[in-house]
Write a protein that binds this ligand. Structure first.
Ligand code: RB5
Length: 144
């Protein structure tokens, strides 16, 4: 299951992602928000990252205006490796090298077409392991 969340700035993009995941047959849970009314992105970052960190969700996708606030909030949560992506190369490499478990997207930065390609790469690209596993562990050790 993929956990989805957004604030008002990422709401429209989250709705596009829901359509895309439905077409792909990928199960998801929408943790909100449910409209374009102004709201606080850390609320939704907390809900989605809790689902991922607990194992309830395999991965999470968070959308806000820039993706920056969501990624900052998500990376405060133990066990979360959130990557803000605005291009396909980064989306592929963050899975291969960083084993990222949450994707952040900027709904006011990228269009839906590019966003869906990024989502697909994030969902479909495996972690390479090997030397990258050691580095990812070093990152996680910084959590204390
Ligand atoms: C909301 O106006 C905006 O600040 C938010 O969506 C996000 O871009 C924060 O990082």
């Amino acid at each position: 299951m993929i956990a989805l969340g957004s604030d008002h700035g990422g709401f429209a993009l989250k709705e596009e992602i829901k359509k895309h995941l439905t077409e792909r047959g990928v199960p998801f849970t929408d943790y909100g928000t449910d409209s374009e009314a102004s709201c606080d992105y850390p609320v939704y970052a907390a809900l989605v990252t809790k689902a991922v960190a607990s194992g309830e969700a395999e991965k999470g996708i968070l959308c806000c205006g820039t993706g920056i606030g969501m990624s900052m909030a998500a990376n405060k949560v133990k066990g979360i490796r959130c990557a803000l992506c605005g291009d396909c190369f980064s989306a592929e490499m963050t899975r291969r090298h960083n084993d990222s478990n949450v994707l952040a997207l900027g709904g006011r930065v990228i269009g839906a077409g590019l966003a869906m390609k990024i989502v697909d790469l994030f969902l479909d690209t495996p972690f390479e392991g090997g030397r990258h596993a050691r580095r990812v562990q070093m990152v996680m050790d910084l959590e204390g």
